[in-house]
Every structure is written in C-alpha cells, then in structure tokens.
Design a protein around this ligand. Structure first.
Ligand SMILES: Cc1cc2nc3c(=O)[nH]c(=O)nc-3n(C[C@H](O)[C@H](O)[C@H](O)COP(=O)(O)OP(=O)(O)OC[C@H]3O[C@@H](n4cnc5c(N)ncnc54)[C@H](O)[C@@H]3O)c2cc1C
Length: 505
C-alpha cells in the first residue's frame, strides 16, 4: 500500500493527537526541510527544492471538489485550511451555508455496474472518497441512478469535515490567489502567512475578485458559458391519476413518475415551448451552452423531433391509457427521501418564470403543478486546463498550485469529487516533498485527468464517458459486442487501479 491506501487504518498521522499535528506543522514550515511525514514514501519521488512548502495545504472553496480535496490532504497527514465564503458571501445558485451543497439535480448519475459513471464512482469508493461514502448513506430511490437527499448529503459532509482534526474550516472569501512561494517568503511576508500548497476549487460561480486573480494568473481571458437548471414541482400538486410510476424498460423499480403525450398534445406543447419568452441575458455575457446540458427550449429549436430523441423520448415506457408506447414522455424524478417533490428530468431552461409555469403545465398531469424551483440560467467559469495544467492537476507554471472541480474543466458532481480527490492527494504529496501522481489511463479517473491535460483547441468541459477512456488494451477495445466490451473495460480498469494502489507510482 503506497499512495492512496486507506490511511484510516495504515496511517499513524490520521489518528495523531492535535499536539503531534502541530509539531508536524511547525516542522513543515521551513523551506529546504526534507522531513518525511509519511513512512513508506519512496525517496526517489522527492522533488528537489520542494516539500514542506508553507504550512500544509490550503483549499479554496468548500464545494464538492474542495471538501474532497481537503479530506484527502488531511488523510495524507498534512494540515489543511479549507476556505468557504458562504454564508457571508453567497453565490447565485447556493442557498445554504453547508459544505458540498448540490445546487441543482440531486442525482449523481448511473450506479448501474459497467457504465462509465458507475466506474468512476466505484473507483472513488475504492480510493476512500468521503463524498461517495456520504452519498451512499444519503441515497434515495432513483432506479439505477445514485440520487441523494440533498439536505442529508451536505449535512453529513459538513459534519464529517468539521469533526476532522486535520482540517480547519475558515468561513472567508479568498479574494486572490496566494503569491508564489518565492514572493511569500520575501521580507514582506512572514513565513506563517504562506499558504503552502493551494488547491483552487472555487467552482463555476467563483467570486468575481478571485476570478479576476485567476484570470491574471492564467494570462488569458476568463472563459465562461451558460448552463441552465431544471424546475422542481411539489408532489402534492401533481395529478397522479394521469401519471404512471415506472422506470424505463421496467428496470430499477418505480422511482420515476412519467407523463405521456399524444401526438396532438406534443405538437401543442412544442409550439408553445419554442415561442415562450426567454429571460433576458446580461449584456456583458455571451451565451455559450454546454452541449450536454442544453436548455430544453434551445434543444427544441433544433428541430421538431429533437425532444422526442432527448428528454421527451418515450422508449421503454408504455402509456397506460393506450397500453402502447406514447408519442412523447416526460420523466419526473424523486427529489428527496420525503418524496414531496420531483425534478423535471432534462428540462433545464432559461425561460421567464411565468412562461415556465404556463408551458410546463401543458404536460398531462402537471396542469396544477406548483413550482418549488424554476429552471434558471447561470454563469459557469472554467479555465483552459490543457494550456495550464498537467495530468496531476498541478499548474504547469506554479508547482504550489492545483485546480479541481468544475473550475478545472470537468463537468458534473462526481467529476468534481474525482478531481478534488486527485488534487487534494497530490497537493499533500507536494507539501511533503513528493512527486504528484495520476492513476493509469485505463482507469476512469486517469482518463479524466488526461482529457484535461490533452492539447486541444476548442476545449469543452467533459463528463466521464467510455469515449474518454482509451487506455484499455487493444484486444479489449476491439471486442465487437458493446456490452461485453464495457464489461471487460470496467473489469480491467478496476484491476489496474488495484495494482496501482498497491505499488509505488
Ligand atoms: C447552477 C448550476 C447547476 C448545476 N447542475 C448540475 C447538475 O444538476 N448535475 C451535475 O452533475 N452538475 C451540475 N452542475 C455542475 C457542477 O457539477 C456543480 O457546479 C458542482 O457543484 C461543481 O463542484 P465544485 O466543487 O467545482 O464547485 P461548487 O460545488 O460550486 O463549490 C465551490 C465552492 O467555492 C465557494 N467559493 C467560490 N468562490 C470563493 C472564494 N473566493 N472564496 C471562498 N470560497 C469560494 C462557493 O461558495 C462554493 O461553495 C451545475 C452547476 C451550476 C453552477
């Protein structure tokens, strides 16, 4: 066991009393110090001139990536300061002061074995992810998706982080990136003000001051585009006589409610949707939608049938009114364990609120729907990772800086956790004077990291897919049967991860 092994059982520092952690902190604060904090780390992985930078790891942002980064760094025996600006400064999407708040859907995507989203989650579980453990504890029924009770999820994450002796949570906005170590140890800056190694995980809604500082560091324009979030309706306001409880193809129980539309109903709905009035854009922002999360009205404008091949696809669902496949369907997914609200799956949009109420109430069963949350438009900031980062998520120009989460150019909750885990563990390694590392390309986590660092002109944030995973042996990639190929690919990925965890990188 070497890099990502379960230090909960193997790691003396993880259970060290605070006095010992303080001692480590003070010993780690001096440049040039070569003290090895973890037993078992290979000497050959030491970086000359690095190590013991500042006083451990600073994480900026207590969202999905930042929480996981802080947890992993602490597990690796390095003291962590986790900065979260809420509740003093809120973002346009967050509504609580909790760490790891889910701002939109409550789904962490498929947990069906041998899918790419499952593989990523499974790797994270094996790597000791706090967020995956908590997600499993807070799960609500959702077919083969891993959906969570969002309140329970963030409550448990916050409690776990606050109880971790190696992490100090600081409720403050960080307005600029810490200066590079050379500047930090200059005459004007006392050694104990040095941030050590920093993980920037301030998310798609990074505060403007910090975004300006990141843009200055990145040396290029701050890239941004729009996503839109889906509406949530109250369960009590739905006409359940018109809705049927079933999952597609009868898989995964009855965790969804389905609304069915005949051809005539669909055409009227379609017409109303494409004519509905959008919320105005602010003039300094140019709309650039992420292809995987297009607003439903944008998708509809691409053609009369695009919705029937997208969020309104009827496949695998029979309309109980006719006993046959409907012309179009809308799925409503349970939002929480109390089953008092549902999410309109794939109905992210940026229509004016009264327009959303008018148009979505045309869906059979939703005529009296009470909207607990309307779809909304939001800013989404990310850096051009291929130009700025290596596969370890370390900035090429500054070895004391890592980026994680949506800001580093991945897309999705679990991808944010995954990059947080990688950046946090690597920041701890660098703080200890060790080389950062990345799991092999055959794994889902290794594939995401390589995607982020691979040279590409028009860089777009990505979710984990098999398309990203090109590291399996040729004989596996050549298997013709898709199901069989994916089975072999996921098995190979998990075996590879096991071997990598057991051996020095
Ligand atoms: C509105 C919206 C809806 C989304 N919906 C989905 C979805 O349904 N499914 C999905 O998979 N993904 C979704 N995403 C994309 C992405 O998965 C989430 O944004 C995810 O939360 C990203 O995790 P993160 O840790 O990078 O950022 P966040 O979870 O946003 O965490 C960043 C944290 O940093 C804090 N912060 C920001 N600036 C500072 C600062 N200067 N100092 C200190 N703290 C700071 C913020 O308050 C926040 O807590 C959505 C994104 C947005 C913006």
């Amino acid at each position: 066991m070497f890099f990502w092994a379960s230090p909960d059982t193997h790691h003396p520092i993880r259970h060290a009393p605070l006095a010992l952690l303080d001692k480590i902190r003070s010993q780690a604060a001096f440049p040039g110090c070569t003290r090895e904090i973890l037993p078992g780390a290979a000497a050959s992985t030491k970086i000359p001139g690095m190590g013991c930078m500042g006083r451990g790891v600073t994480v900026i942002g207590g969202g999905l990536a930042g929480v996981e980064a802080a947890w992993q760094a602490a597990r690796h025996g390095v003291p962590v300061r986790l900065y979260e600006m809420r509740p003093a400064v809120m973002t346009p999407a967050h509504s609580t002061d909790r760490l790891g708040e889910l701002v939109c859907s409550n789904s962490l995507k498929s947990d069906q074995p041998e899918t790419a989203p499952w593989l990523l989650k499974e790797e994270l579980r094996r790597l000791g992810s706090l967020s995956m453990r908590v997600a499993d504890e807070a799960r609500v029924p959702a077919g083969h998706a891993l959906a969570v009770d969002r309140e329970e999820f963030s409550r448990r994450l916050t409690a776990a982080v606050e109880a971790e002796p190696g992490i100090t949570v600081v409720r403050e906005e960080v307005r600029e990136l810490p200066p590079p170590p050379a500047q930090a140890s200059s005459a004007n800056s006392a050694p104990d003000e040095a941030a050590g190694v920093t993980v920037v995980a301030s998310g798609p809604l990074t505060s403007p001051a910090l975004a300006a500082s990141i843009a200055e560091f990145a040396g290029s324009e701050n890239l941004y585009f729009y996503d839109a979030i889906s509406p949530i309706v109250a369960a009590s306001s739905l006409d359940t006589a018109k809705l049927s409880a079933a999952s597609r193809y009868g898989k995964g129980g009855r965790d969804y409610l389905n609304a069915f539309l005949s051809k005539e109903e669909y055409l009227s709905f379609y017409d109303a949707l494409i004519r509905a009035e959008s919320a105005p854009l602010r003039d300094f922002e140019e709309p650039r939608f992420f292809e995987g999360c297009l607003p439903v009205e944008e998708l509809a404008r691409r053609g009369i049938d695009t919705l029937r091949f997208g969020p309104m696809k009827p496949v695998g669902l029979d309309d109980p009114r006719t006993g046959r496949r409907a012309y179009a369907a809308v799925q409503l997914r349970l939002e929480n364990q109390m089953a008092d609200s549902y999410n309109l799956v794939g109905f992210q949009n940026h229509l004016k609120f009264p327009e959303q109420r008018r148009v979505f109430r045309m869906i059979p069963g939703l005529e009296g729907a009470e909207f607990l949350r309307f779809g909304q438009i939001h800013r989404n900031s990310y850096i051009h990772a291929p130009r700025l980062l290596g596969t370890t998520l370390q900035a090429k120009a500054r070895p004391d800086l890592f980026f994680a989460g949506q800001l580093c150019g991945c897309e999705g909750y679990v991808e944010a956790v995954a990059t947080g885990l990688l950046a946090g563990a690597n920041a701890a390694r660098v703080a200890r004077g060790l080389q950062p590392a990345t799991p092999p390309e055959a794994t889902a986590l290794g594939s995401i990291a390589r995607y982020l660092a691979a040279p590409q002109g028009d860089f777009q944030p990505a979710n984990i897919t098999f398309g990203l995973m090109t590291g399996a042996p040729a004989e596996i990639l050549a298997i013709r049967d898709k199901k069989e190929r994916r089975r072999a690919q996921t098995r190979h990925a998990l075996d590879t991860l096991r071997r990598w965890m057991d051996a020095p990188p």
